[in-house]
Design a protein around this ligand. Structure first.
Ligand code: ACO
Length: 431
């Protein structure tokens, strides 16, 4: 971040204030208002943070207009087609692509941490059978601070590193256990001769009674879903992790907070909501009715899996996943599945509809990830846990960056208070 010679001038109550301007390496200039309240006695108002940079970061850059997503400068389409998830994890965590030795060492460290503490099995059994896997995930990840207390001292760089590796390694195991528990099947231990994505599929779909061979096309598609969800700048869940962490909370508690935020249907829950919407539509002939509802100002219904706060042209992750969706559907021979027919027809209808064109609403990553996961055999309730396990590395990278920043201070937004001014308490008999 470089402070430019440029300043912005704010005139307020007959007085001028100079606001320094920072120039980022990419993206719009940023006005520095940190001293505004001290100097001018005013706050700024920006609910939803539509114009506010909450931190500086070197990890991920998005140009919503161009539909560009860069991790440490590398375009997401190159990473999705030429790299793989664990290499992208290394890149996000440490800032550079690894050498062959660094990658081998990193993969070995992650792989050695895939098992969870055996007592966690008992902890799982305390949940109701029908608990949503996201509910289980929030609870179990939060409880990791009890099971792995030796990596909760955030002032110790070694403990931060161990916690990071533990989270990346164990999240697939925990997500798969949440799934197995919800369907009444035994937990499946990780198999460390499989790669990260194949291991996850194995833990979700194998049973002790039968052999299970992971199809390489499916594990490649799974790896791509992980890669495409790895990080996404200062979105709601990442900002939640940063805010939770600003108080000095331990990493497991912070990631659990991120998972809780991700669960919402406007964020990571959109992939589940999207598939549920496709099921509700049910058949191609009902699409016009739902398109009409999405356009109706008096109807709160929105087309799930469409639109994005930042991307206003195309979601580059969706472009890659659309291709994966075609490959997976062809491999599984399910192109005729009625749900997928509805998805394809809905996509085309919305893309050609003036309302969606004008408002720059197009399918986002959740639209295609839901279709692929459905075809792979995952229930909709597992869609958001899969997003959560993929995003864990992004949350951790942002968390590590924040802890290492000497300017890090507790997050404490201001407010525009519109309530009552001070008034005297009234006894109950006089109200
Ligand atoms: N269907 C119908 N209309 C929509 C949709 C949609 N999916 N999304 C936005 N609009 C309309 C809004 O009604 C609004 O119309 P108006 O200008 O007439 O009031 C306009 O488009 C702008 O919408 P906002 O809500 O202001 O846009 P915002 O940037 O705040 O919202 C969001 C982005 C939350 C993603 C929104 O598009 C949405 O709700 N989409 C559906 C949920 C979804 O798919 N979420 C996944 C996001 S990607 C992710 O988390 C990985």
């Amino acid at each position: 971040m470089t402070e430019t010679q440029k300043t912005a001038k704010l005139s307020l109550n007959g007085q001028d204030y100079e606001l320094p301007i920072f120039s980022p390496t990419a993206g719009p200039d940023v006005l520095d208002i940190r001293k505004l309240y001290a100097q001018a006695g005013v706050f700024t108002y920006d609910p939803g943070f539509t114009s506010t940079a909450s931190c500086d970061s070197t990890i991920t850059f998005i140009d919503g207009g161009k539909g560009e997503l860069l991790h440490r400068g590398y375009p997401i389409d190159q990473l999705a087609s030429q790299s793989h998830y664990l290499e992208v994890c290394y890149l996000l965590l440490y800032g550079e692509l690894p050498t062959a030795t660094q990658l081998e060492d990193f993969e070995a460290r992650v792989t050695r941490h895939t098992m969870v503490h055996e007592q966690m099995h008992n902890f799982f059994r305390g949940f109701r059978r029908d608990a949503h896997p996201m509910a289980t995930l929030v609870g179990v990840v939060g409880a990791m601070s009890a099971f792995y207390h030796d990596s909760t001292d955030i002032a110790d760089p070694w403990q931060r590193e161990v916690a990071s590796i533990r989270l990346i390694a164990k999240l697939p195991t925990i997500a798969a256990m949440a799934y197995k528990y919800s369907i009444g099947q035994p937990f499946v231990y990780p198999k460390n001769d499989l790669d990260y994505a194949a291991n996850f599929l194995h833990m979700c779909f194998s049973v002790p009674a039968e052999d299970y061979n992971v199809n390489p096309i499916l594990s490649r598609a799974m790896d791509r879903i992980f890669t495409l969800h790895a990080d996404h700048e200062q979105n709601a869940s990442t900002s939640t992790v940063r805010l939770a962490s600003s108080s000095g909370a331990n990493p497991f508690a912070c990631i659990a907070a991120g998972i809780a935020c991700l669960w919402g249907p406007a964020h990571g829950g959109a992939n589940q909501a999207c598939l549920e919407m496709l099921k509700e539509i049910g058949s191609v002939d009902r699409i016009p009715e739902f398109i009409a509802r999405a356009k109706d100002k008096d109807d709160p219904f929105r087309l799930m899996g469409f639109g994005h706060r930042v991307y206003k042209n195309t979601d580059p992750r969706a472009t890659v996943l659309k291709q994966s969706a075609d490959e997976v559907l062809e491999l599984l021979g399910v192109e005729d599945n009625p749900l997928l027919q509805v998805a394809k027809e809905l996509e085309q209808t919305a893309l050609n509809d003036p309302y969606f064109k004008e408002k720059k609403l197009f399918p986002n990553v959740d639209f295609y990830s839901g279709i692929i996961l459905e075809a792979m055999g995952f229930p909709t309730s597992m869609f958001t846990p899969i997003f959560a396990l993929s995003r864990t590395v992004g949350w951790i990278s942002q968390w590590k960056e924040m802890i290492a920043d000497p300017q890090n201070k507790i997050g404490r937004p201001r407010q525009l208070y519109l309530g009552q001014t001070a008034r005297n308490y009234v006894d109950i008999e006089n109200r």
